[in-house]
Design a protein around this ligand. Structure first.
Ligand SMILES: NC(=O)c1ccc[n+]([C@@H]2O[C@H](COP(=O)([O-])OP(=O)(O)OC[C@H]3O[C@@H](n4cnc5c(N)ncnc54)[C@H](O)[C@@H]3O)[C@@H](O)[C@H]2O)c1
Length: 259
């Protein structure tokens, strides 16, 4: 059996992050669950059980806290093998008219700067150890305007540029950086985003995921995805078989990007 990998997952308290944790835990890896919600972290850790899981109440917009987490992982495991930058919020498909400067800053701060912070915190270690996998969670919104809002679309499109440049910077050091872009996935993102963004965000009960008619029209699979279907691609990108995939955007969206 191969040595357990150290895996940091942000936004691990819910949805896709929790499913990613499950698949790595099943492989016997050492999982570091990070989220700003202690309650959700507890729920994920309890569902996973076992001793190879720890929880870290970290807000990805706090660069100092993120750096401390990376140092803790290195001290505990001796290195950082996989980073899954997944924490994100949905802006309720807010148009330019509905997007205040404050909403813009919040969404860009979590979805884009949050990923910059965690990548910045782990990349020197990955370069030094000459190995590592950086996997970011983007969205169909990186390339399609319809389902989401101004700040969300901008943040997810920017993540694609970030990942391409990371691939260029890190590829010569044995590290890959890729992005998994889901379409509609059945998670609690609408409720958690309302909780985090409060009244900055308009109604989150909008978008393709709330309409079976739109899903039938846009998604060849004619259904939303399950968190485990996104986690399976993340897990593959962390595997030996994916060593030569770098700077790629992989849509896991039931074929939406093709339609
Ligand atoms: N659900 C979908 O349909 C869908 C589609 C495309 C992309 N995505 C992306 O997938 C990722 C995960 O979304 P999900 O659907 O699982 O949502 P979710 O709300 O179920 O889980 C997201 C988790 O991230 C955490 N989080 C939010 N802000 C944080 C911060 N500043 N610091 C630390 N943790 C924070 C939340 O507390 C929550 O536990 C997001 O990046 C989202 O944009 C989701």
């Amino acid at each position: 059996m191969s040595k357990p990998r150290s895996v940091i997952i942000t936004g691990a308290g819910s949805g896709i992050g929790a499913a990613v944790a499950e698949v790595f835990a099943a492989a016997g890896d050492r999982i570091y669950l990070a989220d700003l919600s202690a309650e959700r972290l507890r729920a994920t850790a309890t569902a996973l059980g076992g001793t190879s899981v720890s929880t870290h109440e970290v807000d990805v917009t706090d660069a100092v806290a993120v750096e401390a987490l990376a140092e803790e992982v290195v001290a505990d495991h001796g290195g950082i093998d996989v980073l899954v930058s997944n924490a994100g919020v949905f802006d309720g498909a807010a148009s330019i008219r509905d997007t205040t400067a404050e909403l813009w800053e919040k969404v860009i701060g979590i979805n884009l700067t949050g990923t910059f912070n965690v990548v910045k915190a782990v990349s020197e270690q990955m370069i030094a150890q000459r190995s590592g996998r950086v996997i970011s969670i983007g969205s169909i919104a990186g390339q399609r305007a319809m389902p989401d809002g101004v700040a969300y679309c901008a943040s997810k499109a920017a993540l694609e540029g970030l990942v391409r440049r990371l691939a260029y910077d890190l590829g010569g050091h044995g590290v890959t950086a890729n992005l998994v872009a889901p379409g509609v996935v059945r998670t609690g993102i609408r409720a958690t985003s309302e909780e985090i963004l409060g009244n900055l965000v308009p109604d989150t009960n909008v978008g393709v995921g709330t309409s079976t008619d739109l899903m039938d029209l846009l998604i060849p699979a004619r259904r939303g995805g399950e968190p485990a279907e996104i986690a399976a691609t993340v897990f593959f990108l962390a595997s030996t078989g994916a060593a030569y995939i770098n700077g790629e955007v992989i849509h896991v969206d039931g074929g939406w990007i093709a339609s």
